[in-house]
Design a protein around this ligand. Structure first.
Ligand code: HEM
Length: 509
C-alpha cells in the first residue's frame, strides 16, 4: 500500500468514525521518492511574501496557475488578507483559491463547513516557544513534529497555526454543530494566547461551548477564523450555509461528494481507481469517456485516411492538438474522448479552428463508416501522416497504434472546466497566444513536462514537427528545410551547421 493511499484512507476513515457516510474511496495513488523539483510555488523569495498579484488589489490577478494566496499557505490566510481580519475580503480570496482547485461555491461551503465540523485550531502558547521545523531539528527529535520544550507541547498545549479553539461543541462528531455555532452567535475579534486574530462569540451558554481536548467535563470558548466568518458574511456563501443548515442530509451528501473530489481529483480517469469502495456513479469532474470499439478494420481505416486528400501537416497537427492537452500532473486532457471536436476546445485559437473543422469533416465519416471512434481516427491519421512523411524522405516506418479510445459527448463534459487546459503556448508548433512574463522556452519545457516527455523526445518532436510544416498558422519560423512535408533531419543539420550564423531578432518576429 502506498503512503499516498494510506494518508487519504486515514482521513476518510477518520470522518467515517465520526459519523459521516462517505461517498467512497479508491486506491491507486503512487508515492514519489524525490522532491518535486519541478513544482512552481511562486516567484516570491520569502515565505508569506505578497508579490503574486499582477494588479495589487485584484484578487483574480493571482498569478496562474497558483492557488494559495501566499507561498507557505495551503489556502488563504486564516487571520485575514495579509493578516488583517476582514471576512468580506477573505471571501474573495477563498472563492479565487477554491475555484483554482476546481471547486464551486457550494463545494467550497460544504468543504469548509464539513472540514471544520471536527477538530480544532492550536495556539495555546507563544509560537516562539516552538523549536526548529522538523527537518532542521536534532536527530532525536526528527519525525516527531515541531518540538515545544517549554510545555508538554501536546494536547491542550499544542501550538500550530496560533489560533486557539474548536469550531463546534463536540469536535469529534460529524454533526450540524458548525452551522449552529456560526449562524447562532454574534462574533467579535479577539487575540489568541499566541497573539493570532480570531473571532469569538459575544455571548455563549456554557452547554454550547466546545468540550476541552483532554477533559470533556471542561468547556472552552469556540473560535472562527476569518475564512469561517466569510461563510457567514458573503451573501452567496451565506445562502448556501442557510440551505445546508435547514437540510442536514443535503449538507452531508454535498460534503461527502466534495471530500471525495478533493481527495481523488488528481488520480485522473476512473479506470485508474482500484478497490472495493470505488463509487459506481460517474462524476462529471472525472471527465468520463466511454470505452471505444477495438474490433474495426484498422488497415481499412488507414487506407481511407491515406486516400482522403488531407495533407501530412493537416493530419499531424490535428492529432498533435488532440493529444497535447494531456497533463501528467492530474491525468486530464489528451486524445481520448475526442473532446477537440467539442466546445470550448474546437474554438481555441491554438487549435486553428478553420483547419480543425476541415480535417474533422473528412475524418468523421471515415470513423462512422468503419465503426471506429473519432478519437482513434484522429490519432491514426497522425500516424498515417508521419508514415507518409517518412516515405517522402526515403524511409519506410510503421507507427504503432492501439485502438480503443472513446468519443465523449458534450453532456459528458463540464465545458467550463476545460478552460484551464487551453494551450497558451506550444513550442512544438512554434506558437504563443500572446507575450507572457514567462519566456517561450520555459513554456515549451513546462508543456514537455506536463506531457511526460523526456528531453530527447522533446528535441526530436520539435525538429520533426518543424520540417513536417506543422507550425501554427503555417509560419516559416524554424522550418529549416526546402523539402517541407518530408520527415528529414534537415532541422538539426541546418541548425547545427557551423556555416550558419544565428542572431536574435526579438520575440515573435
Ligand atoms: C477556507 C479555507 C480554510 C482555512 C483558512 C482553514 C484554516 C484552518 C486552520 C487555521 C486550522 C487550524 C490548524 C491548527 O492550528 O492546527 C484548520 C484546521 C482544520 N481544518 Fe481547515 N481551513 C480551511 C479549509 C478546510 C477544508 C477544506 C478542510 C477539509 C475538508 C479543512 C479541515 C480542517 C480540519 C479537520 C482541521 C482540524 C485539524 C486538527 O484538529 O488538528 N479545512 N483549518
Amino acid at each position: 500500500m502506498s503512503w499516498a493511499d494510506l494518508i487519504i484512507l486515514a482521513g476518510t476513515v477518520a470522518y467515517e468514525s465520526m459519523g459521516l457516510k462517505t461517498f467512497g474511496f479508491a486506491f491507486g495513488r503512487k508515492d514519489i521518492w524525490a522532491p518535486e523539483k519541478d513544482t512552481y510555488w511562486g516567484s516570491e523569495k520569502e515565505w508569506l511574501g505578497a508579490a503574486r498579484y499582477a494588479e495589487g488589489d485584484k484578487r483574480e490577478s493571482l498569478e496562474n496557475p497558483l492557488a494559495a494566496v501566499q507561498m507557505g499557505l495551503i489556502y488563504v490566510n486564516p487571520e485575514g488578507v495579509g493578516g488583517k481580519p476582514d471576512p468580506m475580503r477573505t471571501a474573495q480570496d477563498v472563492r479565487e483559491t477554491f475555484a483554482r482547485m476546481a471547486m464551486n461555491d457550494e463545494e467550497t461551503v460544504a468543504l469548509t463547513a464539513g472540514g471544520h465540523t471536527v477538530g480544532k485550531t492550536h495556539g495555546n502558547g507563544q509560537a516562539a516557544n516552538l523549536g526548529p521545523e522538523p527537518e532542521a531539528a536534532e536527530v532525536e527529535d526528527q519525525g516527531l513534529g515541531w518540538m515545544n520544550k517549554t510545555s508538554r507541547g501536546i494536547g491542550r498545549d499544542t501550538v500550530t497555526s496560533g489560533i486557539e479553539g474548536a469550531w463546534t461543541a463536540h469536535p469529534t462528531r460529524f454533526d450540524m454543530g458548525y452551522f449552529e455555532m456560526l449562524l447562532g452567535h454574534e462574533w467579535e475579534l479577539k487575540k489568541s494566547p499566541a497573539g493570532a486574530w480570531q473571532w469569538m462569540p459575544v455571548d455563549i451558554a456554557e452547554e454550547d461551548m466546545p468540550v476541552d481536548v483532554e477533559d470533556p467535563s471542561i468547556r472552552c470558548m469556540p473560535i472562527m477564523t476569518d475564512a469561517d466568518m466569510a461563510m457567514k458574511v458573503d451573501p452567496v456563501y451565506r445562502e448556501i450555509m442557510e440551505r445546508f443548515a435547514r437540510d442536514p442530509a443535503a449538507f452531508q451528501d454535498a460534503f461527502a461528494r466534495a471530500w471525495f473530489k478533493l481527495t481523488h481529483r488528481d488520480m485522473g480517469p476512473k479506470a485508474r481507481y482500484v478497490g472495493p469502495d470505488v463509487p459506481v456513479e460517474d462524476l462529471i469532474w472525472q471527465d468520463p469517456v466511454p470505452q471505444g470499439p477495438t474490433s474495426y478494420d484498422i488497415g481499412h481505416v488507414r487506407a481511407r485516411i491515406a486516400a482522403s486528400g488531407l495533407t501530412t501537416a493537416e493530419m499531424v497537427a490535428t492529432a498533435w492538438d488532440s493529444a497535447r492537452t494531456f497533463r501528467g500532473s492530474d491525468m486530464r486532457g489528451g486524445a481520448n474522448g475526442a473532446r477537440i471536436r467539442l466546445a470550448p476546445q474546437k474554438d481555441w485559437e491554438g487549435n486553428e479552428p478553420a483547419r480543425l473543422q476541415k480535417v474533422l469533416a473528412v475524418l468523421e465519416p471515415i470513423a462512422g463508416e468503419a465503426g471506429a471512434s473519432l478519437a482513434d481516427v484522429i490519432v491514426l491519421a497522425g500516424n498515417v501522416g508521419i508514415e507518409q512523411a517518412a516515405r517522402a524522405a526515403g524511409v519506410e516506418i510503421a507507427v504503432p497504434f492501439s485502438p480503443g479510445r472513446g468519443d465523449a459527448s458534450a453532456e459528458m463534459a463540464d465545458a467550463g472546466s476545460f478552460d484551464a487546459l487551453e494551450p497558451l503556448a506550444d513550442g512544438f508548433r512554434n506558437w504563443l497566444k500572446k507575450d507572457y512574463a514567462v519566456s517561450a522556452e520555459e513554456m515549451l519545457l513546462d508543456r514537455t513536462q506536463l506531457l511526460g516527455l523526456s528531453a530527447h523526445e522533446m528535441t526530436v518532436l520539435v525538429g520533426g514537427m518543424r520540417v513536417l510544416g506543422t507550425n501554427h498558422g503555417g509560419t516559416r519560423h524554424g522550418v529549416f528545410t526546402d523539402r517541407e512535408g518530408a520527415l528529414t533531419n534537415d532541422f538539426f543539420v541546418n541548425l547545427t551547421d557551423m556555416a550558419n550564423a544565428w542572431v536574435p531578432t526579438g520575440r515573435n518576429t
